[in-house]
Design a protein around this ligand. Structure first.
Ligand code: SF4
Ligand code: SF4
Length: 254
């Protein structure tokens, strides 16, 4: 990635989708190009301790204060409308609509030199801290130390030893036999927010794992706020519960 390209977006508080995602992809290539191979594709691994498939149950939970690997390598840390994060610390990702610019996502900014999260202090693999620990986004709360994804990232940073070939093939077998369950087929790969030019209402469309594209919600932007990343990886039922609870909350506050 041309560093000038990244430096350019570090100066912006809002970045168009078409510009942001290609730069993020190049950031991923830059970071992961410097690391060990992840052995097991990290996007197949759960970040919840309770959903571990690869990591043996008796494996001790690592200490985040001597690590920081996920805060450096997971480049899109989403900031939800309910997160109390200072607006100077995140980018607003925008898109064009009939009525003008529309914010569809918010992500924590990155350090211009290391590409790590802007809120990370210290040295990866030695001693680190989160400078906004008390108000860090809910996504950070949801990333469990000791989860399969945590261990995979630590191995890529050489903070933990690699799995042996036997361990890796046994882990892949467990992982893929679990992934083949019918429940997985109704997971959302990505969501897209668009505007209905006729009435100004917004539509949330979900691209499903089975390649279908369906509309899951329509809303008035004066009453509700949604961001696309909030639906990534959710099952349809989970998305429905999230929508129902937010709609209920918006009605109670009205
Ligand atoms: S990779 Fe795991 S141990 Fe390291 S900081 Fe993240 S959650 Fe903590
Ligand atoms: S906000 Fe804190 S916990 Fe979250 S990615 Fe950044 S440094 Fe890590």
């Amino acid at each position: 990635m041309a560093i000038s390209e990244f430096v350019q977006i570090t100066r912006q508080s809002s970045v168009p989708e078409a510009e942001f995602y290609p730069i993020v992809n190049r950031m991923y290539e830059t970071i992961w190009g410097q690391l060990m191979p992840p052995q097991i594709p990290t996007d197949h691994l759960s970040s919840k301790l309770a959903n571990r498939v690869v990591t043996p149950a008796e494996t001790p939970v690592p200490d985040c204060l001597t690590c920081g690997a996920c805060c450096q390598s997971l480049l899109c840390v989403g900031v939800r409308p309910s997160d109390k994060v200072d607006s100077e610390l995140y980018w607003e990702i925008t898109t064009e609509a009939e009525s003008g610019e529309m914010v569809v996502d918010r992500y924590l900014r990155r350090n211009g030199e290391t590409l790590a999260c802007i809120a990370l202090s210290g040295t990866i693999g030695e001693q680190v801290g989160c400078t906004i620990y008390e108000t860090r986004p809910i996504m950070c709360h949801h990333f469990d130390a000791g989860s399969d994804r945590c261990h995979a990232i630590r191995r890529a940073f050489s903070i933990e030893p690699f799995l042996s070939l036997n361990e890796m093939s046994a882990a892949m077998e467990r992982l893929y036999s679990k992934e083949g369950t019918p429940d997985d087929e109704v997971k959302i790969k990505a969501a897209q927010i668009t505007e209905n030019a006729e009435n100004g209402r917004r539509l949330i469309k979900a691209f499903l794992k089975d390649e279908r594209l369906i509309t899951i919600h329509e809303y008035d932007p004066a009453e509700e706020t949604w961001l696309q990343f909030e639906f990534d990886g959710l099952k349809l039922g989970e998305a429905e519960s999230l929508i129902n609870s937010r709609v209920k909350q918006a009605k109670e506050q009205a």
